[in-house]
Design a protein around this ligand. Structure first.
Ligand SMILES: Nc1ncnc2c1ncn2[C@@H]1O[C@H](COP(=O)(O)OP(=O)(O)O)[C@@H](O)[C@H]1O
Ligand SMILES: [Mg+2]
Length: 258
């Protein structure tokens, strides 16, 4: 059986400087897999490579046996990789529900004309998408706010809307960039529980997050990057006791939760 996600000698350089250098790792399906490392380690660059925003300078990425290199972000979203952004990518002039429907429409097969003419297929599809969006909102605890203006949401709920929005493309793999950034302790715990539940429903999660307590609590495996290179991989226990990791990162004193 093909591996879920795998990179091989993945490299991305900017003006001769490698942000990711000869990185090889594999992520298993059904896991919360975290990528950690000091600022500038290459975490965001890795997400941009996996989601097709950047094209690798060299190396390979395979997702469920399929080569991702050269595919557009749209194509990558279509084969099942979605992402959340550290700063929620919300349309503030739309309602909470409409924000989720924006993502759903990628999965629609019926055209605009059919929808405008209220052809039966378009109507049932619109209904199906609305139901799916409502399910995702309910999963994120936001269904009671579906008709609210998005700009009226407090930050903690915006972060959960960002998750609901990303789920509307029905991803198999969700890349989450700092889901707990800006959240208080109880909101952070809620977000952690949400990510664990999401994984239980069959969505694999790759996580970049600075809150080490959260990362260690919910991750099955961790990959540690340092200056764009592979430093270590293992369970939370293995990573926390790995001398190389402690020296490069956890012991550096620049993490509030380290
Ligand atoms: N678009 C870009 N142009 C030039 N350099 C970049 C670009 N994106 C990232 N880098 C560089 O690549 C390195 C890794 O950055 P990044 O992936 O943002 O790290 P992290 O997310 O782990 O903090 C840094 O040295 C950064 O300056
Ligand atoms: Mg970053």
């Amino acid at each position: 059986m093909a591996l879920f996600l795998e990179t091989n000698n993945l490299t991305k350089t900017f003006g001769g400087v490698a942000a990711i250098f000869k990185l090889s790792f594999a992520m298993g399906q059904g896991t919360v897999f975290s990528v950690i490392g000091p600022n500038g380690a290459g975490k965001t660059t890795l997400f941009n490579l996996l989601s097709g925003i950047y094209r690798p300078s060299s190396g390979q990425i395979h997702f469920r046996g399929q080569d991702l290199v050269g595919l557009s972000p749209h194509e990558i979203s279509h084969i099942g990789i979605s992402r959340t952004f550290q700063t929620p990518q919300i349309f503030f002039n739309m309602s909470v529900l409409e924000n989720c429907l924006v993502g759903c429409h990628r999965h629609g097969v019926t055209g605009f004309v059919a929808a405008a003419l209220h052809l039966p297929r378009a109507v049932s599809e619109a209904k199906r998408m609305r139901e799916m969006a409502m399910e995702n909102l309910a999963f994120c605890g936001l269904d009671h706010l579906a008709d609210r203006d998005s700009d009226a949401l407090p930050y903690g709920e915006l972060k959960r809307l960002e998750l609901a929005r990303a789920l509307s493309t029905q991803p198999r793999l969700l890349l989450m960039d700092e889901p707990a950034a800006g959240l208080n302790d109880s909101e952070t715990k809620e977000m952690g529980a949400l990510i664990s539940r999401l994984c239980e429903t069959g969505v694999s999660v790759m996580l970049v997050e600075h809150n080490m307590a959260l990362v260690m609590a919910i991750s099955h495996r961790l990959l540690v990057l340092n200056h764009g290179e592979y430093l270590a991989e293992g369970s939370p226990e293995q990573i926390q006791s790995n001398p190389k990791v402690i020296e490069a990162y956890l012991g550096s004193g620049d993490e509030s939760d380290g």
